[in-house]
Write a protein that binds this ligand. Structure first.
Ligand code: ATP
Ligand code: MG
Length: 416
C-alpha cells in the first residue's frame, strides 16, 4: 500500500474560542490513549493529527481512531516532499495503485503553506497534465469525477489523498463534564451511554441489581456491557456503581398495587440516581428512555416518574426508532450481549396491566405505605463501586452479590 499516514481532522473544535485548548488537549490525550500499543506514531499539528503508520496494520489503526469522540473524519494519505517533481511522481504512483479501469478524475490543490512558489491552480494543472499523460486509464471530469486527487501543501511537505471517511464525530469525551448513566442490561441504555460519551459527557454507571431475586448473570451482563463501552471512555475505564435494590424491590411487591409497581420502582431509581449523581459530581443523569417504547415511557408515565427529581435528565434516545438504536448497538459491539436472555428487575414480575397514565397523587399514596427514604439511604450507602476496564475480569460474588436461590417470597409470588 502506498499510503504511509492517516490524516485526522478535528471537526468543530476550531469553533470553540477560548475553550479550544481544553478541547484540543482532551482530544490529543484520547488519541494517545486509544492508539497506545500500536507501532504507529502520532504527530500533533494543532487542528490536525497525522498518524505515521510505521508498518502497522492499517485496519487496527482505523479501529482505534473510531474510538475517539471529537474526530470528524480521516483520510489515508501519502506524504512526499513539496518539490513539484516529487509531487507529480507520487501522484502518478498513487493513481496507478488505485485505478484499474477507465476512470474520470480531477486534481484539487490546497495551499496552506502560502510561501509556496506556485499558486494552487498552477500546481493542479502541472500535476494533472503529468498524471494524464502517463496513465491512460484516466480522463478529466471537473464536475463529477469518480476520483479526486487532493493535494495539500503544508508544513514544508505535500500530502496526497483521494478518500475521506467519517469518524465518530461529536466532542472529546470529558469536555462536557460527567453524567451518571442508568445502565440496565438491555439494548437501549448502553447506546444512550455511547451517545452521551460521543457528545463529550464522561459517564459513570449506576445499575440497580436485585440479586438473588434476579439472577447474578443479569448483573454480570451489565459488567460485560460496561467493558464494551469502556473502550470509548477516557483511560478506557468506567466506574460502575451497583446499587443493592432487592429490599426496595420486595417492598414494592408487598406494598404497591401491581399496576403502579413499575412507576414506583422507577421513581425510586431516579431518587437514588440523583443522590449518587450529587455524590459523584455528575451534572446530569443519562438513561435509555425512548418515548412510547413501553408503559413506563408514555409521556404521562415519564412525567409522574420524573416528578421526583429536578436533576437534569438526558435521554439521548428519546426520539429514536428501535431499529436505529439496534443499528448503533451492533456498531458499538453491544447487541449480542444485550439480547442475552437474563431477566433484570424490570422483567421479573412485569405487571399484567401496568398503568400507562399513572397519577402523581396515587404514586404518593402508595409510597406512604413503606419507609422508602431509609431504604434509599441504605441502598446508596451500600453501593458496590467497581472500576471497569475493557479487560476487567470481575467476579460479582466477591462483591457480595448472591447467586440466586428460590426465596420464600419469590415462591409466594410464583404460586399466585
Ligand atoms: P434498556 O434496553 O436500556 O433496558 P428498556 O427499553 O428496556 O431499556 P426500561 O426497562 O423501561 O426500558 O428502562 C428504561 C431505562 O431505565 C433504561 O434504558 C435504563 O436507562 C434505566 N433502567 C432500567 N432498569 C435499570 C436498572 N436495573 N438499573 C439501571 N438503570 C435501569
Ligand atoms: Mg430494560
Amino acid at each position: 500500500m502506498i499510503y504511509n499516514q492517516i490524516l485526522i481532522r478535528l471537526g468543530d473544535l476550531t469553533l470553540k474560542g477560548k475553550n479550544q485548548n481544553v478541547f484540543l488537549r482532551r482530544l490529543y490525550n484520547l488519541v494517545y490513549e486509544k492508539l497506545d500499543g500500536l507501532k504507529s506514531e502520532i504527530e500533533i499539528r494543532h487542528d490536525r493529527i497525522y498518524i505515521h503508520l510505521n508498518d502497522e496494520d492499517v485496519n487496527k489503526v482505523v479501529e482505534r481512531i473510531n474510538l475517539v469522540s471529537g474526530i470528524s473524519s480521516y483520510s489515508f494519505v501519502v506524504k512526499c516532499s513539496n518539490d513539484l517533481d516529487d509531487i507529480k511522481k507520487t501522484s502518478l504512483e498513487l493513481m496507478k495503485e488505485i485505478v484499474t479501469k477507465e476512470t474520470s478524475f480531477k486534481c484539487d490543490t490546497r495551499r496552506a503553506d502560502k510561501n509556496y512558489p506556485m499558486h494552487s491552480l498552477e500546481v493542479t494543472k502541472a500535476v494533472s497534465a503529468y498524471v494524464l499523460s502517463n496513465d491512460k486509464l484516466l480522463h478529466v471530469d471537473v464536475h463529477s469525477p469518480e476520483v479526486t486527487l487532493h493535494i495539500e501543501l503544508r508544513n514544508n511537505a505535500c500530502y496526497l489523498y483521494n478518500t475521506q471517511y467519517r469518524a465518530m464525530g461529536g466532542f472529546p469525551v470529558g469536555v462536557a463534564g460527567k453524567g451518571l448513566l442508568m445502565l440496565s442490561g438491555g439494548i437501549d441504555s448502553p447506546v444512550a451511554g455511547y451517545l452521551a460519551m460521543k457528545q463529550g459527557i464522561e459517564i459513570e454507571c449506576i445499575h440497580f441489581e436485585s440479586t438473588p431475586l434476579t439472577s447474578i448473570e443479569s448483573a454480570q451482563k451489565v459488567v460485560d456491557l460496561v467493558k464494551v463501552i469502556a473502550k470509548y471512555a477516557p483511560k478506557n475505564r468506567i466506574n460502575l456503581h451497583m446499587i443493592p435494590f432487592k429490599e426496595i424491590h420486595m417492598a414494592l411487591l408487598d406494598n404497591v398495587h401491581e399496576s403502579y409497581n413499575i412507576t414506583i420502582m422507577r421513581r425510586m431509581m431516579y431518587r437514588i440516581a440523583e443522590k449518587l449523581a450529587r455524590k459523584k459530581d455528575c451534572l446530569c443523569i443519562v438513561n435509555g428512555e425512548s418515548v412510547g417504547q413501553v408503559a413506563s415511557q408514555t409521556l404521562a408515565s415519564m412525567n409522574t416518574i420524573n416528578s421526583v427529581t429536578n436533576y437534569p435528565i438526558i435521554r439521548p434516545l428519546v426520539t429514536y426508532d428501535k431499529a436505529d438504536i439496534i443499528d448503533i448497538s451492533r456498531k458499538i459491539g453491544c447487541f449480542d450481549l444485550s439480547i442475552k436472555p437474563f431477566e433484570d428487575c424490570c422483567t421479573v414480575y412485569v405487571p399484567k396491566a401496568p398503568a400507562t397514565a399513572p397519577k402523581i397523587d396515587k404514586a404518593l399514596e402508595f409510597e406512604k405505605t413503606f419507609d422508602y427514604e431509609k431504604m434509599i439511604d441504605d441502598a446508596v450507602n451500600n453501593v458496590n463501586s467497581i472500576i471497569i476496564t475493557k479487560d476487567s475480569n470481575i467476579d460479582l460474588t466477591m462483591y457480595g452479590l448472591e447467586v440466586r436461590e428460590v426465596l420464600p417470597e419469590i415462591k409466594k409470588e410464583l404460586s399466585k
